[in-house]
Design a protein around this ligand. Structure first.
Ligand code: ARG
Length: 296
């Protein structure tokens, strides 16, 4: 991965210098966005939505990624699948291999073949799952390890399956608060690249919302990530953790003020993007972003 920007003047002097790494993302324009069913507590079909506004907000996120030097690919939105904009649920991709989702709710199940076709067309080694899983919504790669969420969507059996598919260690974490039903609403991976030889920090770090997990999962997170940023309930409940980082720039909700400050103190560069319209569907910045990791 090429090195693009290094944090200098903007970082607090005591904070470590951070490096931005070029990322490769898959996004889907919310051309058919609406809320006409409810599969999470954020979705209220009686509340009006504004599709044009959703597209406008989404476009800003898209254009920002391009401006930052990331490669963004697009999948064609399917009519009748208003949640397809949340491409993080469209798969989990490492080393040129794509593990396809198997959605928990029937409302989204028709998205899976579209994502599978896209991966095949783009040359990914495409794996059709047996177990219920919602892609990068519940699987986060941190260094060499996959953090895997369960409790609301992806099952424990999918954790086993994803470990086999990628031959990596999987750490299962249980979510307990229905507002934070996907792992990417409760954990943000701050360093997508690990290892000083690759231009990343020695150990990839995360930020998380302690209150979203059961006690056992919290203990695992404390042990594995002693330097993690612990985000307040206030910032978590405005989807502050549903942000995306290139290792320096962290794209996040303008509502999570405390998290913004914590990131600056650590030498990251928070950039605000408001996806208020897409929050009506229970999704934010990270939900609209699927990372495509090719063969290294
Ligand atoms: N309405 C969508 C659902 O409930 C939102 C998905 C959000 N995606 C995410 N990666 N957290 O499935």
């Amino acid at each position: 991965m090429s090195v693009e920007t290094t944090a200098s003047e903007t970082a607090v002097s005591a904070a470590p210098a951070r490096t931005a790494h070029r990322r490769h993302y898959l996004m889907c324009e919310p051309a058919h966005f609406t809320v006409n069913y409810s599969i999470n507590p954020w979705m209220e079909p009686t509340k009006p939505t504004d599709t044009a506004r959703a597209v406008e907000q989404w476009q800003k996120l898209h254009d920002l990624y391009v401006e930052l030097g990331h490669e963004v690919e697009l999948i064609e939105p399917l009519a009748g699948y208003p949640d397809m904009v949340y491409t993080a649920n469209g798969g989990f991709v490492i080393d040129g291999r794509a593990y396809v989702p198997k959605f928990r709710f029937v409302e989204r199940q028709g998205e899976a073949p579209a994502f599978a076709d896209w991966f095949r067309g783009a040359g990914y080694d495409t794996v059709i799952p047996e177990e219920v899983n919602e892609g990068e919504g519940d699987f986060l790669l941190v260094g060499d390890v996959i953090l895997a969420g369960t409790g609301f969507r992806s099952t424990g059996d999918s954790h086993h399956e994803v470990g086999e598919v990628f031959g990596r260690e999987v750490v299962s974490l249980t979510l307990t608060d229905p507002r934070f039903y996907h792992l990417d609403t409760a954990i943000a991976v701050l360093d997508p690249v690990q290892g000083v030889e690759n231009g990343g920090p020695e150990r990839a770090n995360i930020a998380y919302l302690p209150g979203a997990f059961d006690d056992a999962s919290r203990a695992i997170l404390e042990e594995r990530f002693p330097d993690a940023i612990l985000v307040s309930d206030e910032d978590g409940s405005v989807f502050g953790l549903n942000s995306s980082s290139d290792g320096y720039n962290v794209i996040m909700s303008p509502r999570a003020k405390g998290f913004e400050k914590q990131l600056r103190e650590r030498g990251y560069n928070p950039i605000m993007i408001d996806l208020s319209e897409l929050l009506l569907g229970g999704g934010g910045i990270k939900c609209c972003t699927l990372e495509l990791r090719g063969r290294s």
